[in-house]
Design a protein. Sequence first.
Length: 378
Amino acid sequence: MLNIADTLRQWCREARPFALATVVQVSGSAPLPVGTALAVDTDGTAVGSVSGGCVEAAVYELCQDVLAHCGPPTRAGFGYSDDDAFAAGLTCGGEIDVLVQRVDPAAEPHLVAALEAVAAGRSCAVAHIIDGPGELLGRTLHVPAEGPHDGTLGGENDQVVVAHAHALLRAGRTAPIEVGGDTDTCPTKLTVLVHTHARRPRMLIFGAVDFAAALSQAGRFLGHHVTVCDARPVFATRARFPYADEIVTDWPHRYLAATETDARTAVCVLTHDAKFDVPLLRLALALPVGYVGAMGSRRTHGHRSDLLREAGVPEEQLARLHSPIGLDLGARTPEETAISITAEIIAHANRGTGLPLSHGTGRIHRPAPPLPRLATAP
């Protein structure tokens, strides 16, 4: 639902009831991921999408029906149809389940608070019951990245859901979880979809070179918070890097040691100068970041790897290094190289092969990586 947060926030401010249709389950090559939503207000205005166009009309009718009759939440499935060209089917061959519910802003102040947080750029999650007892179906819970949660899903499962929501926020993922079903502690079994609005993943580019200028633009386009860092102030300027969110003049390894990183951070080393690369990569490869890549020829990579071994970097950390950086696209210009690098970052994050889809078989969309494990007390 957070894909249409701006409009929902406006409707809530106007105390305007609306029907919310949320994709809660996907199989096969469905066009949009779990958590994507379409909403319809009492005037019939629609915003968002659940299928990219395939089944929008049928879902719109369900929304209008729920609004008109103030009915309970309802779940509907849509799949491939080739018998009737006008049937509500997904021509891509996938299947989706959609939960449709009426939302009255006056009765959902915690949802309104979540939408306000998204508008303000704060990280938060919305836990949304998508399967369970009828009286609980459609309930939501607002989980800020910091501070207490707001609302309730029914009591005994709230703290467990909040812990999962924080883990998903750290990973920047929207995903369903199952909680309850324990007769002693949490007898009510629920499937809860955790919608997350996390801050943009970071892309740290080291080396104020032409390739960095193109990469900063590509990274910004893909939604990264881009930082360009170089020890030479004459090159690290706003004029050269208009698309970067931050430009830092500092020694690369010193900046990396002092800045915040997480499992979604991409570290791109474009300096190909040993005096910068070795201390920087030695630190980067020891951090739990999502991607570490370094520019240079195969000869440069071999020499740099020897220097890293001499600096004490173990082989299991060296195996994390993507070097020469990028996928083999035949790239030559800075712009083409930026596409090559960002393509590798995407493939690595999503466990893709980097091969043409026409060379493969089976499903196009891979299952999501395993959910992050909850931290446990020692």
